[in-house]
Design a protein around this ligand. Structure first.
Ligand SMILES: [Zn+2]
Length: 305
């Protein structure tokens, strides 16, 4: 598998499952392609000159909200925490999660990959014992042979143009009982579905909702079947899958709009869905040794503040 084969660059091949993809939503400076097999959507914004409306400041703030999610993951790992000796955080930003890991599990050897040179320099300066690689995720694999007991991708997977290829590389770096955790946007959640429905209902004239729910800095939008196929291609299986919602503290826009959106997302989460899908992946062969109560199950919904 080469990078160009499975990357989203506007080609007609799904970057998640290799299924046939068709352009369905034209947002002017980029377009969204739909995969007929796994249902994922891919954007060609990475090879266009599309401009995002997101603000890096609000995007990387809210450390308290992040801490809640980090602790929720670590609680979920339960007794497995004691067997984590090496961890890799892909897209580690300023290294906040790695430092949290150091505080909670001081025995863990820490590595991070971060594309942004400023953030990676901050991460390296703030935690001298961690190895931080200032490069993109796929290139970083060559520098991180592992093995790792825990690999994390917090809000990163949707930014990667070749996500399945990345997962294959990460799976090769897992220790025998190792786990990969990733959180990404769930394309079958209310907001992206509404964004696409508005575009369709207006015959492509009303682009704004689809654009806001598919910003060009995100390249792939995942469904559960897509995540399952990507996991399978990497020799992995979903051990746990759960949803949570976008917290109001992370939304921008008019207060009335964010209040209404927040209510909608709360309702969706209460019904078992959510804008964010979280998956904990393990080696597929690990399933042979699990007990009867540890199958591929869905945990609903995450208890968020
Ligand atoms: Zn697909």
């Amino acid at each position: 598998m080469t990078r160009s084969e499975l990357a989203t660059r506007g080609g007609r091949v799904c970057p998640v499952c290799r299924g046939p993809s068709e352009p369905r939503i034209d947002l002017g400076d980029f377009q969204l392609l739909h995969c007929g097999e796994c249902g994922c959507w891919a954007s060609d914004a990475g090879v266009r000159t599309a401009r995002t409306s997101f603000s890096p400041d609000s995007y990387f703030e809210n450390a308290d909200l992040d801490r809640d999610k980090w602790d929720a993951l670590l609680r979920r790992l339960g007794d497995r925490r004691a067997s984590i000796h090496a961890a890799l955080d892909v897209g580690c930003g300023t290294g906040a999660f790695l430092r949290h890991l150091r505080d909670v599990l001081p025995q863990v050897r820490r590595e991070g990959i971060e594309l942004d040179p400023e953030r990676s320099a901050t991460a390296a300066a703030a935690d001298r014992d961690a190895r931080i690689h200032a490069t993109d995720a796929l290139a970083g694999l060559a520098r991180t042979p592992g093995p790792f007991d825990l690999v994390t991708l917090w809000d990163v997977f949707e930014h990667v143009d070749a996500p399945t290829q990345l997962l294959v590389g990460l799976a090769e770096r897992l220790s025998p009982g190792g786990l990969i955790y990733l959180q990404t946007i769930h394309e079958r959640s209310l907001l992206p579905v509404l964004g696409r429905a508005t575009y369709r209902a207006s015959l492509g004239h009303l682009r704004y909702p689809a654009r806001r729910t598919h910003e060009p800095h995100h390249l792939v939008f995942f469904t559960r079947p897509g995540l399952e196929r990507a996991a399978s291609a990497a020799g992995l299986r979903i051990r746990e899958l759960w949803f949570d919602r976008l917290h109001r503290g992370r939304m921008d826009g008019h207060p009335l709009v964010t209040a209404a959106t927040s209510l909608l997302l709360r309702a969706e989460n209460a019904l078992g869905g959510g804008l964010f899908v979280n998956v904990l992946l393990e080696r597929a062969e690990a399933s042979a040794s699990v007990g009867p109560d540890r199958g591929d199950h869905q945990i609903l919904p995450e208890d968020m503040p």
